[in-house]
Ligand binder design. Structure first.
Ligand code: WQD
Length: 337
């Protein structure tokens, strides 16, 4: 199938493009290169021996986006594009809401205009807010999000749910990612955030290649076995494969579906550092600092629904993700240039 991949040169988007090609699909990539680099397209070609069609554009430029739909018969869309730095979003709410919501509305209007009825949306476990219990299930109510990034994801989920009610012939899947980590085993693709990494793994790999002196562990006095926060870390290649498996189900299944994409297993920050040392032989220098506002002690997924309905199960371990993330950062010490 012809799959329009928005944000297809980003961290999760690029890994998904590789899996789409290996599954026999034809990805068409649109990306505004705000949080990604054109070199990623060369890496994708190197890995797949296919150079996907690429358009540099901002999805909010609706006329330009329409030309992509005119030029290609699109069977489905996977929508990754969006600003995604939690910390940055607090200081730039208008930019986050206008970009993330505006680009989605523009995309939906073009899909309606061109009769494209299959959409996978890149959502996030952050929409659950503080869950009533653990593990987190898809039918839990949406919670209080604590930053414009997370709130924009929750708002887009709401838009898509209302849109689906008004357009019952559309097939929409909301994929709620837990904590994506790792990189393609080749080291050609990986997590390459702009500026100081918000997330744990890219910070760790930048420390061990010498770009930063040490990791600050944000608090070790939480009500958890070792005092550090617990998260559900899923290898980005497992996450990418989850999108390909959702695609198959989507085109058979009218209406809106929601899946958690995680491992169902919780891992603490200290356990990640242990796994990193085990997987790479490298010890991560760290200091314990104050808690980060907004961090919740424990978050991990119930993944039964994706397994029962898609036959999907993440298989890669945190240790493998650490090894792959380190391999990527060693090959790209200053990120993808
Ligand atoms: C994980 C753990 C930190 C950095 C966020 C978004 C979520 C999703 C994934 C997009 C926490 C600790 C981190 C550091 C640390 N993103 N940590 N030192 O906060 O669970 O989720 O990223 O969808 O929407 O909210 O991930 O990697 O920031 O933190 O100690 O320098 O690592 O306290 O316990 P988080 P994270």
């Amino acid at each position: 199938m012809n799959i329009l991949v928005t944000g297809g040169l980003g961290f999760i988007g690029s890994h998904t493009v590789v899996e789409l090609v290996s599954a026999g699909h034809t990805p068409i990539i649109v990306d505004d290169l705000v949080n990604s680099k054109l070199e990623v397209l060369n890496r994708i070609e190197k890995l797949t021996h296919v150079r996907p069609v690429f358009y540099e554009l901002d999805l909010c430029e609706e006329e330009k986006l329409d030309m992509v739909f005119q030029a290609h018969p699109i069977d489905a869309v996977i929508h990754f594009a969006g600003l995604k730095a939690v910390g940055e979003s607090v200081g730039k709410p208008l930019e986050y809401y206008s970009n993330n919501l505006g680009s989605t509305l523009s995309l939906l209007r073009r899909m309606v205009a061109h009769g494209v009825k299959n959409l996978i949306f890149s959502s996030s476990a952050t929409v659950y807010g503080t869950p009533p219990s653990l593990p987190i299930k898809e039918d839990f109510p949406l919670g209080e999000t604590t930053n414009p990034y997370g709130t924009s994801k929750a708002m887009i989920e709401r838009i898509l749910s209302d849109f689906c009610k008004a357009n019952p012939d559309f097939n929409i899947a909301l994929l709620r990612y837990f904590n994506p980590i790792g990189a393609h085993a080749s080291g050609e693709l990986g997590e390459d955030p702009n500026g100081i990494p918000n997330n744990l793994m890219p910070y760790v790999t930048q420390v061990v290649v010498g770009r930063r002196p040490y990791l600050t562990v944000f608090g070790d006095d939480y009500d958890t076995p070792d005092g550090t926060c617990i998260r559900d870390y899923i290898h980005v290649v497992d996450l990418a494969i989850g999108h390909v498996m959702t695609l198959k189900k989507l085109v058979q299944n009218p209406g809106l579906v929601i899946y958690n994409l995680g491992t169902g297993k919780g891992t603490s920050v200290f356990e990640v550092l242990e796994a990193f040392e085990k997987g790479t032989g490298v010890k991560v220098p760290y200091k314990v600092g104050p808690r980060r506002p907004g961090d919740l002690p424990r978050l991990y997924a119930n993944c039964d629904k994706a397994f029962e309905e898609l036959g999907y199960k993440a298989t890669r371990t945190v240790e493998e993700a650490c090894r792959d993330a380190y391999n990527f950062q060693k090959k790209n010490p200053n990120g993808i240039e």
